[in-house]
Ligand binder design. Structure first.
Ligand SMILES: [Zn+2]
Length: 495
């Protein structure tokens, strides 16, 4: 421990600024340097903490911690600051620099404090600051609780699908989120396709290719699509507060969400279904995004390996009129990974599309749709879930009244959580969508097929048929649908 007062003080400057403060660090340094000069003191060091709050504990990486270490190695004996609030807003910190722990002399310019004489004023001011922080915190917590009870979200940018309603434009309901029709359609498409079985990467790709970008104007990725599918906000559910900076959408307990005041974009069941499929699976499905109808789906007729897409290249010969060779053109191709063929893909895609459209246009096509929900009554599942919620509440009451021990309550709660999880899974299975589900309402199958995303078209192909592609002889070109029919075998899966 050093002595507080030596003949000539060796001061360091401490400057601090939190994220939301106006007064710059530069100004604080200037003022302190001027004060040292006025007093004829030699500055032994400068410590500055940017974006650092004085009401929370300062970690080992802060300048504050480095400064204490420097004092312990006897590099200085005095701290000079512009205001008490720069040092701290918490008395615990003062106890770190004042006896008995350390005896550092503190000089505060604006409040004319110098602990050379006594630290009464310093401690008083810090206590006042501490009190102010507490009152502000309590006020903010009260406001947040009222806001939550009314079903209003935390202020800030709403997710894709909603627009923030500024205070001046709010009606008597005070609703903060307004549905943005175009963006909401993106969200519905994401849920619809995911629940029909499309991979995240494919959904992302289809949206981006259609020019429908994220709020930031960038392409969708599997992780942005995943974030949408996990977000309770779309079912108008307000998630419980999470520690700031540690937001984790998968950790949200849907049962602990409260009703939001804004309009839902998707049904709660669809959110439950999407979440139960995503949570616990690897977040990255980028590798499965496809550019073509049949890659990975059709198989080689010789070896049965799934075909890959490839980039073919034309090899033009010189023109008869001597004007040289035509330009080399690239085309989309399918190839067998074992090398059995490489074929122009456009004509095969066209052929398979025509076969699908023809089959789906037949009168009995509606019978292809899987009957919904396998006889499961979603209403009953919902009722069961509500029952479990009631049981959970009564357990809390039993514990509060001393009728149940914590240990017993833990067991029961775990049981209830298990049951809730299996109910959610059952609902998820029940609401999983058949890619053919819309078929009954479709008049123009061709338009429906062409207007659909690649994900949807691939799901339909996968649902309906197995496609086998045969090799064709060298130099033989398949350029029309009749020729394609002879080199592609289709086996129906559901007739
Ligand atoms: Zn093959």
């Amino acid at each position: 421990m050093s002595s507080a007062i030596s003949a000539v003080p060796r001061p360091v400057i401490y400057a601090r600024q939190s994220v939301d403060e106006e007064q710059g660090i530069g100004q604080q340094l200037d003022d302190c340097r001027a004060e040292c000069q006025r007093r004829g003191w030699q500055i032994a060091g400068e410590f500055q903490d940017n974006d650092t709050s004085a009401s929370k504990e300062r970690g080992p990486k802060t300048a504050w911690a480095a400064m204490l270490k420097a004092f312990d190695s006897d590099e200085f004996d005095t701290i000079i600051v512009t205001e008490t609030s720069r040092i701290t807003r918490s008395l615990v910190d003062v106890l770190d620099i004042r006896p008995p722990r350390r005896d550092i002399r503190v000089v505060v310019i604006r409040e004319a404090i110098d602990t050379e004489h006594d630290d009464f004023m310093l401690k008083q001011l810090v206590l006042l600051a501490e009190r102010e922080v507490k009152i502000k915190g309590a006020r903010a917590a009260r406001y947040a609780a009222t806001r939550r009870a009314a079903g209003h979200p935390t202020p800030g940018k709403p997710p894709h699908g909603y627009r923030w309603v500024p205070q001046i434009e709010r009606d008597s309901t005070g609703i903060r989120y307004r549905i943005d029709d175009a963006e909401a359609e993106d969200v519905r498409q994401i849920f619809r396709e995911f629940l029909s079985g499309a991979p995240l990467g494919q959904i992302a790709r289809d949206l981006s290719e259609a020019g429908r970008l994220t709020r930031r104007g960038s392409r969708w990725s599997s992780s942005t699509v995943r974030r949408v599918l996990l977000n309770p906000v779309y079912a108008a559910l307000l998630a419980p507060a999470q520690p700031s900076g540690e937001y984790d959408a998968t950790a949200i307990d849907l049962e602990a969400c409260t009703p939001g005041s804004w309009g839902a974009i998707v049904e709660r069941d669809h959110l439950v279904a999407a979440r139960s499929r995503l949570i616990g699976t690897k977040p990255n499905h980028n590798g499965t995004a496809r550019k073509w109808l049949l890659s990975g789906l059709a198989v080689c007729a010789v070896c049965s390996a799934p075909v890959r897409s490839a980039r073919g290249e034309t090899h033009p010969t010189a023109r008869a009129d001597g004007s040289g060779a035509a330009q080399t053109r690239r085309y989309h191709a399918y190839r067998c990974v074992q090398g059995h063929f490489m074929r122009n893909g456009d004509i095969i895609d066209d052929f398979v599309s025509e076969v699908c459209i023809a089959r789906l246009s037949e009168v009995d096509a509606v019978q292809l749709v899987t009957p919904r929900a396998d006889g499961v009554d979603v209403g009953v599942l919902h009722a069961n879930r509500e029952g479990l919620k009631t049981r959970r509440q009564s357990i809390a009451r039993f514990v509060a009244r001393g009728l149940m021990t914590d240990l017993e309550a833990d067991d029961s709660l775990r049981e209830i959580a298990d049951e809730m999880r299996s109910i959610s899974e059952a609902i998820a299975r029940a609401v999983r969508e058949d890619p053919l589900a819309e078929l009954a309402e479709i008049d123009d199958v061709r338009a429906w097929w062409s207007g659909g995303t690649l994900a949807r078209q691939r799901l339909l192909v996968e649902h309906l048929m197995t496609v086998k592609i045969h090799p064709v002889g060298h130099g033989k070109r398949v350029t029309n649908l009749d020729a394609a029919e002879k080199t592609v075998t289709i086996r129906w899966k559901r007739d």
